[in-house]
Design a protein around this ligand. Structure first.
Ligand SMILES: [Zn+2]
Length: 417
């Protein structure tokens, strides 16, 4: 028998704060949390923004899942959806610089290629120390002892990195000019060119990518680029949704290191699918974020702080629950799947004490706040003259959304886990 899920929700509307609606939806296994976050974030916006976003709410919602679709076509996409904070030690993760360029510098090896084609590791990322005004490198130049440390002005090297390394870093094959490098590190032996190998992305770049996306959205507001504003808004909502999911911040992202494989989808899909009808989505009004960079780090830090408890609770529950009542067969989209039994899911959901609901609510209000922040930083341009995306809906449909009959059901985070 096909199970039906019922979703009731409330919408915070900045102008009226009055909408409290409910709706019934058929079950669909997909990207629904992302769509819901974007859709409800529209109702947190100030009046100067709300009109434009409401006109385009269908686009904003539908395209909330574009970044996940792109994961299979771009090798650079996947790391934007998570950050394995626990590979950087214990909170507050001092080993991880908060600024993207600083972090790239600290996690990039630079190889030198000489005239004979031999490659040697010139700058080993493990020997880089970022200090206040300087960067200390252990250069493995043949003319230097490997223990020799070279100190370079942080500004000078950051500028060099930005101008010379970064533009080529993500090309499949790249050779860096040696001349500019020698301006920073004079006296090096003769090399033909350099190659950089970036290791930051191996453990995810989510909070760095949010910083970049917000700046791009501000630029789109400044230029009045309708299509870009919509695309970037939709995608920022996606990445913020991911950032609020605890298991997007841990290398044990699917319980594979603790014998709990499948817990990712259990937490972010199964639980909201079953219990979102009990959630309160009245989240209030978007706010300006004066230090949004810190906000992004705070979000992933807060998410990460929940990882241990959600794992421990599930482990404890699984050891104390009748083993034949943990997994159950269920019909889904015409196929039988084995998933967590509803009774077991409810016991876990109760043990989590509102954790899923709380993270979802925060994702909604933060998405609205980041859109608003990008708009304020762009000088609060007039959005009333911007158009409606052709995929978007008409005014009648906006009414349907506000009355609650057009909100989709949802799933949190990445579907493949
Ligand atoms: Zn994602």
């Amino acid at each position: 028998m096909k199970t039906k899920f019922y979703i009731a929700f409330t919408i915070a509307h900045i102008t009226t704060y009055s909408a409290l609606h409910s709706a019934v939806f058929p079950p669909v296994w997909g990207f629904f949390a992302h769509k819901l976050i974007n859709r409800l974030a529209v109702f947190t916006l100030p009046p100067e923004m709300a009109g434009f976003y409401k006109k385009n709410i269908a686009y904003i919602s539908e395209h909330a899942v574009d970044p996940d679709k792109r994961r299979y076509s771009s090798k650079y996409e996947a790391p934007r959806h998570y950050i394995d904070l626990d590979v950087y030690g214990k909170p507050p993760f001092h080993a991880l610089p908060r600024k993207w360029l600083d972090a790239l510098i600290c996690f990039t090896d630079i190889y030198a290629v000489d005239r004979s084609g031999d490659t040697c590791l010139l700058i080993d990322r493990r020997g880089i120390a970022l200090e206040e005004k300087e960067i200390a490198f252990r250069l493995h130049d043949r003319l230097l002892s490997s223990k020799d440390t070279v100190r370079v002005s942080r500004k000078l090297y950051t500028d060099f990195y930005f101008r010379n390394i970064l533009p080529k870093q993500y090309e499949d094959e790249h050779e860096l000019p040696i001349d500019s490098f020698k301006l920073v590190f004079p006296g090096l032996a003769e090399y033909e060119h350099l190659i950089s190998v970036e290791h930051l992305s191996e453990h995810g770049i989510l909070p760095f990518h949010l910083q970049l996306m917000e700046k791009r959205l501000s630029a789109a507001f400044r230029s009045g680029d309708n299509g870009k504003i919509l695309q970037l808004s939709a995608e920022i909502g996606h990445y913020l949704g991911d950032a609020h999911v605890p298991l997007h911040t841990s290398r044990n992202y699917n319980g594979q290191l603790s014998g709990q494989v499948g817990i990712h989808a259990f937490w972010e899909s199964r639980l909201p699918e079953l219990f979102s009808s009990e959630y309160d989505f009245w989240v209030g009004a978007a706010v300006y974020l004066p230090e949004s960079e810190n906000t992004y780090w705070q979000i992933v830090s807060d998410s990460h702080a929940l990882v241990d408890s959600l794992l421990v609770m599930e482990r404890h529950l699984s050891l104390n629950f009748p083993s034949d009542r943990i997994k159950c067969p269920e019909q889904r989209m015409g196929a039988t799947v084995i998933t967590q039994c509803e009774e077991y899911a409810r016991a876990y959901h109760e043990a989590l004490k509102g954790q899923v609901e709380s993270r979802l609510r925060k994702a909604i209000i933060t998405t609205g706040s980041v859109w608003m922040t990008a708009w304020v930083n762009a000088g609060q341009p007039d959005l009333s003259k911007l158009g409606i995306d052709k995929e978007s809906i008409n005014e009648q449909s906006v009414e349907a959304i506000e009355s609650g009959s057009a909100i989709p059901n949802f799933m949190l985070g990445r579907p493949e886990n």
